[in-house]
Design a protein around this ligand. Structure first.
Ligand SMILES: Cc1cc2nc3c(=O)[nH]c(=O)nc-3n(C[C@H](O)[C@H](O)[C@H](O)COP(=O)(O)OP(=O)(O)OC[C@H]3O[C@@H](n4cnc5c(N)ncnc54)[C@H](O)[C@@H]3O)c2cc1C
Length: 393
């Protein structure tokens, strides 16, 4: 059987499976629009479990690690078929989007078997312990340190802006293991169980209301030696590799097709009315069309860069370009959504505002953080200037 026929058969199998198992209430334009939110939420939860069991949260990971063992072409067909019935890509998470790919590449067989299946099944939640009060953009100046004591590292210090640290089961964490070595060479990468005695977490509130942010404190936290990822002192190399995945994932928010129940044109028609299939207001119609076109261009660029990377032709720092453009586009999209909502977008809480409008307002505020997380826009510009354009310091 040639490759095309095999892929066609694969597509038919996937489509058949989805027809049978993807709940009708979650399909676009289904009668479910009038259903109880609780019914839809339950269906969504059941579907997410089913999807994880199929290995479809990490389709290209080997089956033994909880993936579906698909090759790149099969994974693309799967993504197309999922999109066709209206399934959104899984949300960006520290385990699946950031640590998983690095663990696959650099973990020992024991580390992979221990951690990857839990990530792929969405059963174990991870957080990222990079930033510190004195180390954000200048991450290599971090001071949280770990000293080897027998079979354990003993960790002391503080992290900040740790998203979801209060709920996470595990943290991947940068620690200084050599105070004498040059700044970038004295850092190691540890996997830390958040239940270990000596870890305490304090949530931080944000402008957009209660937030996922936390401060995380380490007081004589004993971490087994086998939880070191890579070699001692190799943490900076691993950290940078993980940041590429993070930047790519954060940039992908700009694609506009992640985690959104209602599309921008749908929102525009709802708020402004329509003339046939066209959004009624010509000025906003043009802005919506431009935003949709730019999102499509970003999607295609991301696909092209993924293809180039798997053919060994990708530049190392392309993720910085995608992140910078993606976060600008995300913010433009949210500004436009607020314009479309008009006075309905001015709500904060309480009666008189519908839940979807309130969510849009909070997401507009949250989107501002997209230009900071994973490295600020200024830092991405520095990387592009230095590493891609080769400009002088
Ligand atoms: C939504 C969100 C989620 C986050 N989640 C996590 C998480 O889970 N784990 C984690 O470890 N961290 C997380 N962070 C922290 C994030 O990585 C840092 O905020 C970011 O790296 C910037 O560091 P900083 O806040 O210390 O700002 P600073 O580094 O102090 O920067 C302040 C300002 O100076 C500018 N600046 C700094 N250096 C330069 C330079 N060399 N050239 C030009 N301009 C410069 C910056 O662009 C910025 O505008 C998160 C942040 C946000 C907003």
């Amino acid at each position: 059987m040639n490759n095309k026929t095999a892929l066609d058969n694969f597509r038919t199998d996937i489509a058949g499976w989805l027809d049978e198992w993807y709940p009708a209430v979650l399909r676009p334009l289904d009668a479910a629009r009038d259903m109880q939110p609780e019914t839809v939420r339950n269906a969504e939860r059941r579907w997410q479990r089913l999807r994880a069991e199929q290995g479809w949260l990490a389709p290209t990971w080997p089956r033994e690690y909880g993936g579906a063992g698909l090759d790149k072409d099969q994974a693309r067909v799967l993504a197309q078929e999922l999109r066709r019935v209206g399934v959104r890509p899984p949300p960006i998470s520290a385990g699946l989007s950031l640590l998983g790919p690095v663990l696959l590449q650099r973990g020992t067989p024991e580390q992979k078997l221990r951690h990857l299946p839990g990530i792929a099944r969405d059963e174990v939640m991870w957080c990222q312990g990079y930033s510190e009060p004195g180390a954000g953009s200048d991450l290599a100046s971090l001071t949280t340190h770990a000293v080897l004591d027998g079979d354990h590292f003993v960790v002391d210090g503080q992290k900040i802006w740790t998203s979801h640290a209060d709920k996470a089961d595990w943290m991947f964490c940068l620690v200084r293991t050599d105070l004498e070595a040059p700044q970038h060479e004295g850092i190691s990468f540890l996997l830390i169980d958040m239940k270990t005695p000596g870890i305490s977490v304090a949530p931080i509130r944000l402008i957009s209301g209660p937030s996922a942010f936390c401060q995380t404190f380490f007081d004589q936290v004993r971490v087994p030696k086998e939880n070191l990822l890579g070699k001692l002192g190799e943490g900076w190399t691993i950290a940078k590799q993980l940041l590429q995945h993070e930047r790519q994932a954060l940039g992908s928010i700009g694609r506009g097709d992640l985690g959104r129940a209602q599309t921008l044109p749908e929102l525009a028609k709802q708020e402004l009315g329509s003339e046939g299939v066209r959004i009624a207001d010509p000025v906003l119609r043009a802005q919506v069309a431009q935003c949709e076109l730019d999102s499509l261009a970003l999607r295609l660029t991301m696909n092209r860069s993924a293809d180039a990377a798997s053919a060994g032709r990708g530049g190392d720092h392309i993720a910085s370009m995608l992140k910078l453009y993606g976060s600008a586009l995300t913010n433009r999209r949210h500004e436009l959504m607020m314009t479309l909502l008009g006075a309905d977008g001015l709500g904060w809480e309480g009666p008189g505002f519908d839940d979807a409008a309130l969510r849009t307002t909070r997401q507009w505020l949250r989107a501002k953080g997209n230009a900071i997380e994973g490295g600020t826009n200024e830092i991405q510009r520095n990387v592009i200037a230095k590493r891609i354009l080769g400009l002088p310091e």
